[in-house]
Design a protein around this ligand. Structure first.
Ligand SMILES: [Zn+2]
Ligand SMILES: [Zn+2]
Length: 279
């Protein structure tokens, strides 16, 4: 999987030289997390209970109690910081601060991960400020360090997720919001989880964030430079989501990658007064 992902990143860099720097960092981190082999302790105790819970709209886990391999995550975390701080970056000193902090206070990683997963923005931002790092960069490092565990968990839970019948705007596996959407070959809309990468089907004419489905509240715009993409928005809650049309885009990269290289669509959406679910 990872080799395939690396090859895809290389292809995207060729296609989008503008994103070379961002993607090169991403590529390096993908390479570093590749060796991580997290152990996920997960068992299905009671299928019937799980099914009933799913019908009532409860995801399999909440973000706070995901059975992740925190040991694997904690050992990756400093390695990612070390690599990034050794690069020519404006924030390499801040990254080094973070690395020093992690090495002198191992609990720091755990607190960062907890704040990240429980969406405790205040604590998370304070922790980033403690080491002079942009919260966005700390968020990126944290999510990359969690990725092997999340990928393993997604594979372990696999078929148990109700991808076709789950009728909610949050992830059936971890309860997070979607960060992107796609239209499949039949034109069905699939949402993609911002945290664990699960995908599930969702009605096209319904806002995943406030669940309104009045056509006059929903709309989308397209960008001429970006064939096969559109930005769906909701006038009610002012939230937008980028959508990739698989009927138009030939062999797209994984959505997490397409998300990185379509930042100008985010800018257009912000200009029009729309925001992501997290603000
Ligand atoms: Zn998820
Ligand atoms: Zn809405």
């Amino acid at each position: 999987m990872s080799n395939e992902l690396l090859a895809q990143i290389d292809r995207v860099i060729q296609k989008r030289p503008l994103y070379k720097e961002a993607l090169s960092t991403y590529r390096e981190l993908v390479r570093l997390i590749e060796d991580s082999k997290p152990e996920i302790m997960y068992s299905t105790k009671d299928e019937a209970v799980a099914e009933t819970k799913a019908k009532q709209g409860f995801p399999v886990f909440s973000r706070e109690d995901l059975p992740l391999d925190l040991k694997a995550t904690s050992s990756l975390f400093p390695r990612l910081l070390e690599h990034m701080s050794s690069q020519k970056r404006e924030d390499s000193k801040a990254l080094k601060n973070a690395l020093d902090r992690v090495q002198t206070d191992p609990q720091w990683i755990e607190r960062t991960i907890t704040a990240f997963l429980s969406r405790d923005e205040t604590t998370f931002t304070t922790m980033a400020q403690e080491v002079n790092l942009e919260p966005m960069v700390l968020r990126f490092v944290t999510s990359m360090a969690l990725k092997p565990s999340l990928n393993a968990l997604r594979e372990a839970v696999g078929e148990r997720i109700q991808k076709e019948t789950w009728d909610y705007g949050y992830c059936p596996l971890c309860g997070s919001s979607p960060d992107m959407a796609s239209l499949d070959d039949e034109g069905n809309r699939m949402l993609h989880c911002e945290l664990c990468g699960s995908e599930w089907r969702y009605p096209r004419l319904k806002c995943p964030f406030c669940e309104k489905s009045e056509p006059k509240e929903l709309g989308y715009f397209v960008s001429e430079e970006e064939e096969g993409f559109r930005v769906d928005f909701c006038k009610k809650c002012k939230v937008y989501i980028k959508t990739l049309d698989r009927r138009v885009v030939e062999s797209p990269a994984p959505l997490e990658l397409e998300n990185i290289i379509t930042l100008h669509l985010d800018m257009l959406a912000h200009e029009q007064g729309f925001k992501t679910p997290s603000g």
